[in-house]
Design a protein around this ligand. Sequence first.
Ligand SMILES: NC(=O)c1ccc[n+]([C@@H]2O[C@H](COP(=O)([O-])OP(=O)(O)OC[C@H]3O[C@@H](n4cnc5c(N)ncnc54)[C@H](O)[C@@H]3O)[C@@H](O)[C@H]2O)c1
Ligand SMILES: [Zn+2]
Ligand SMILES: [Zn+2]
Length: 363
Amino acid sequence: MPQQVRGVIARAKGAPTELVTINIPDPGPGEAVVAIKACGVCHTDLHYREGGIGDDYPYLLGHEAAGIVESVGDGVTDLEPGDYVILNWRAVCGSCRACKRGRPWYCFATFNADQKMTLEDGTELSPALGIGAFADKTLVAAGQCTKVDPDARPAAAGLLGCGIMAGLGAAINTGGVSRGDSVAVIGCGGVGSAAIAGARLAGASKIIAIDVDDRKLEGAKQLGATDVINSRNADPVEAVQGLTGGFGADVVIDAVGRPETWKQAFYARDLAGTVVLVGVPTPEMQLELPLLDVFGRGGSLKSSWYGDCLPERDFPMLIDLYLQGRLPLDSFVSEEIGIDGVDQAFETMAAGQVLRSVVVMEG
Ligand SMILES: NC(=O)c1ccc[n+]([C@@H]2O[C@H](COP(=O)([O-])OP(=O)(O)OC[C@H]3O[C@@H](n4cnc5c(N)ncnc54)[C@H](O)[C@@H]3O)[C@@H](O)[C@H]2O)c1
Ligand SMILES: [Zn+2]
Ligand SMILES: [Zn+2]
């Protein structure tokens, strides 16, 4: 039986969000209905509201979520009602060129549910990143559900569904940080702080946190930064060189995504080091750089989407590390809010006051 639940939608560009009743169809072949337990508030949700991603309004917002599988459609064999899952926005297909060449994190075909959730009047909803989890329940493709240890509390577990995974993976997967490396992270919001936690987990010996906000640098120390630089007061390139014997860091992660921070990353790395761009630039941003400097420096220049993660490989492993006390996911949960608090959380986020606000569903 199709059911009616509450959901947070963006009805029109720039308009405040609304908590409304939505229709969830029964899961079709390859689909699942998931009862949401918690869902983090991410910049991307705000971008949807503001029209920065598309104009397929109304959007059903929310995409960093953990929940319990309620029902599954035909042909779903690896998931059953009662399973505790983290939702992901990149279920890989296994058969495209990227998948076949062993780089499934570049998979061309991402799986979402075929059926549509709707408003009460039948208007089709566009779920944010194919998820839509600021809701009591949502409909997804079964491949978007990854089973993890149910002992992990939902507010922390759900964060692996987007921004925190992006930061952890930028360090561990894309940057390939390994034991003894020196790492610098520019921008210590949720994503950059997660990169710091990832660098620590990977055994980095020096982790240099760079931000323009002392509150963020304080938080970075708690997560394992060994040194902090406020780039309003000091040249971050010189400071990183000074802290690394003049060489620069082995891996530098730009979690801001502006031409000036990327250049800092480029010059703050060791000659053979790696730059990872994880912050998302805007379309008009241009980069100007002496080509000779690119030539004269080896190493690699990379970008990282979703931490180059493979949910089935990475989520259960990271949740195990969390439960062992080795990955401080709780530190990223700045506040827990109700489903009616999303717009307020967008303001708190824009003011730089939190790493993550997390909507926790009652009951
Ligand atoms: N690649 C991905 O898969 C992925 C996933 C999620 C988010 N992101 C992107 O990552 C970026 C960071 O996201 P977030 O949630 O951490 O945002 P955030 O706003 O929480 O953090 C940004 C941080 O950068 C700092 N900052 C701003 N300008 C700076 C500068 N010039 N130098 C140093 N620090 C500066 C801010 O003080 C803040 O602490 C965004 O661009 C976001 O879109 C990427
Ligand atoms: Zn594929
Ligand atoms: Zn997100």
